[in-house]
Design a protein around this ligand. Structure first.
Ligand code: G4P
Length: 285
């Protein structure tokens, strides 16, 4: 399947991010916990060079908890603090604040040694579209929200949200782009709903999802739809169509409708907590 990627406005987004990044101390990178490899921007290490880092595995509620844990360890092994969150939950924000301070500890101590005492840590959220950046900023800001006005000369035109005595967050996230060239990345991002469905062939995508679930011994299809899951993917999709009364006129299975239903069930967590990627299959880094 050939998935068409994000359009030209990504060039503008990249330029804006490069400008914003100069103003901040810490880059908070949001990844989709179901596919951290595919939802990670390939250039982020270069873009965030010299900045403190924190990786958040968002939508943790939709991913396998034990795999979330493995990813956290994977990033920690690379010297990057990592934590799994559900950006919709205010209570998930508290540990994030502590992690920001932990990640910036060296810098704060350096400032202190130079006599700079009250300079807050400036943070910025970055991530690919639909990963939950706006949701995260809203939840995080709700915790302790005071908008800090423009700071002429230093941060012209920028809005900062003061999160605590020590931390300020830029209120506009940096929009990143995924790895365009790897077909598996395209598939995974389409499965989790990060690529507009208008440019994706849902039938083929549903077959990929079924094959993935079969390969990974997930019992979820049999459990949810009460069907026989021993055949090939097209046969199983047909079974789902029949089980869920996705029928064309004349009673024939409507597999396109079933494909949409299956993908909706997966994306909303109704098939259970499923991770598409784990660090064990991660070879390129
Ligand atoms: P963005 O700014 O990075 O583009 O993402 P945004 O916050 O708009 O979030 C995209 C969708 O993901 C939203 O769903 C949002 O509610 C959902 N979302 C964000 N964080 C989490 C999370 O931790 N867990 C779960 N389960 N969902 C989360 P939406 O408004 O329904 O939009 P859509 O999915 O219909 O496009």
């Amino acid at each position: 399947m050939n998935i068409q990627w994000y359009p030209g406005h990504m060039t503008k987004a990249k330029r804006m991010m490069q400008e914003d990044i100069k103003l901040i101390d810490i880059v908070i990178e949001l990844l989709d916990a179901r596919a951290p490899k595919s939802s990670r921007n390939p250039d982020i290490d270069t873009l965030a060079n010299g900045k403190s880092r924190l990786v958040l595995l968002n939508k943790q509620d939709l991913a396998d908890q034990s795999v979330n844990q493995k990813w956290s360890e994977y990033f920690k092994g690379k010297g990057i603090l990592c934590h799994a969150v559900d950006a919709r939950r205010n209570q998930d924000m508290k540990p994030v604040m502590q992690l920001i301070e932990q990640a910036c500890k060296e810098k704060t101590e350096r400032d202190r040694a130079r006599g700079i005492l009250n300079r807050p840590i400036r943070a910025m959220i970055v991530g690919i579209p639909n990963v939950g950046k706006s949701t995260f900023i809203n939840s995080f800001a709700k915790k302790a929200c005071t908008k800090v006005g423009n700071k002429p000369g230093v941060t012209k035109g920028k809005q900062w949200i003061r999160l605590s005595k020590n931390v300020e967050l830029l209120d506009t996230p940096g929009i990143l782009w995924p790895k365009f060239e790897d077909p598996e990345v395209g598939l995974h991002l389409a499965m989790i709903g990060s690529v507009n469905d208008d440019v994706v062939e849902l039938y083929a995508l549903a077959l990929h999802l079924i094959e993935f679930l079969q390969k990974n011994d997930c019992n979820t299809l049999a459990e949810r739809y009460n069907i026989d899951v021993t055949g090939e993917a097209p046969y199983i999709l047909e079974q789902i169509a029949l089980a869920r009364s996705c029928l064309k006129k004349g009673g024939e299975a409507d597999v396109d409708k079933a494909a949409k239903l299956l993908l909706d069930d997966f994306r909303s967590g109704r098939l259970g907590r499923i991770s598409l990627e784990s660090p064990e299959t991660e070879q390129s880094e």
